[in-house]
Design a binder for this molecule. Structure first.
Ligand SMILES: Nc1ncnc2c1ncn2[C@@H]1O[C@H](COP(=O)(O)OP(=O)(O)O)[C@@H](O)[C@H]1O
Ligand SMILES: [Mg+2]
Length: 278
């Protein structure tokens, strides 16, 4: 399968002014319909990478490609990039600014020059998709943290991007809030939006992602999530916890209850029913 990525970084380098080099020679292709999780330690460069991908930063070396075409970092090029790729930053309070949820979510579509009816319809759909329609008239600063996160995502969704890029969308959410967000992302995916998220959560990645991209000081590794998150040296290089499944497999092996290449239990139920010897 070698379809042209919707958007990609090609050999991208980035250093902040007076700072150390954050990314060197990073290739980061986003393929249509593949849920992609970007993992790495704090300060590893996840946010920087997502800002390069969505046009907020310009790579020092290398380039951004949109549907195979190099992106020029001028007004027209960035406008095209942002119409395809929408970034939702980690802290919703850095994104939300209008008096009400509805006004906030309307802002982007209004700036696209759409008719009032078209804007209203996009906003309605985005609020529905994010499960936040009941809060449409409320001031954003009175919402819960989870509601603010969803309102911020609704603002990006109302732009109808092909690629929705979320920076640590589950950070700070309680388990209920995380479940709700995963359901929302599932619906967006089913509607044809390709979602990329940065996260530290290896278990969430295994549940949600098709592919993982793992940032380490040695570079970026990209591949099927199951394969990369079973690679213990890679997890250690990225200072990531072992996923629950990997930890369970190791424990079962240590006790002789899992041998050879046999796959271990995938769910709590399978673990509960795991035979004493196998
Ligand atoms: N605006 C900035 N100016 C200077 N250095 C920055 C800035 N933003 C991030 N950095 C540095 O770049 C590195 C990567 O940061 P970041 O991309 O935010 O990583 P992550 O999102 O994985 O935590 C860190 O060392 C961080 O301190
Ligand atoms: Mg970050």
């Amino acid at each position: 399968m070698t379809s042209v990525p919707l958007v990609e970084l090609v050999a991208a380098d980035y250093s902040y002014a007076d700072g150390p080099s954050v990314l060197q020679g990073v290739d980061f292709p986003v393929r249509e319909g593949r849920r992609l999780a970007l993992l790495g330690r704090n300060g590893g460069g996840k946010t920087t990478l997502l800002r390069l991908l969505s046009g907020g930063l310009r790579p020092g070396g290398g380039l951004v490609r949109l549907a195979g075409e190099p992106v020029a970092h001028d007004r027209a090029g960035l406008l095209r990039l942002r119409q395809t790729v929408q970034l939702v930053v980690q802290d919703p309070d850095d994104q939300l600014f209008a008096a009400s949820v509805e006004q906030d979510v309307s802002f982007g579509p209004t700036n696209l020059g759409l008719s009032r009816d078209a804007v209203r319809e996009r906003v309605r759909q985005a609020l529905e998709a994010l499960d936040i329609a009941a809060e449409r008239e409320r001031p954003t600063h009175l919402l819960s943290y989870g509601q603010r996160k969803r309102a911020a995502i609704a603002g990006a969704v109302a732009m109808r991007p092909k690629v929705l890029v979320l920076d640590e969308p589950t950070a700070g959410l309680d388990p209920d809030g995380q479940e709700r967000l995963l359901q929302v992302l599932g619906r967006l995916g089913a509607d044809g939006t390709t979602v990329v998220m940065a996260t530290h959560d290896v278990d969430l990645t295994l549940r949600w992602a098709h592919d993982a991209a793992v940032l380490t000081p040695g570079g970026l590794r990209l591949g099927p999530a199951e394969e990369l998150l079973a690679d213990v040296p890679l997890l250690e290089a990225a200072r990531l916890r072992r996923p629950w499944g990997t930890a369970v497999d190791r424990m079962l092996r240590a006790h002789g209850r899992l041998v050879g290449d046999a796959p271990g239990p995938r769910t709590a139920r399978e673990l509960a029913e795991w035979p004493v010897t196998r």
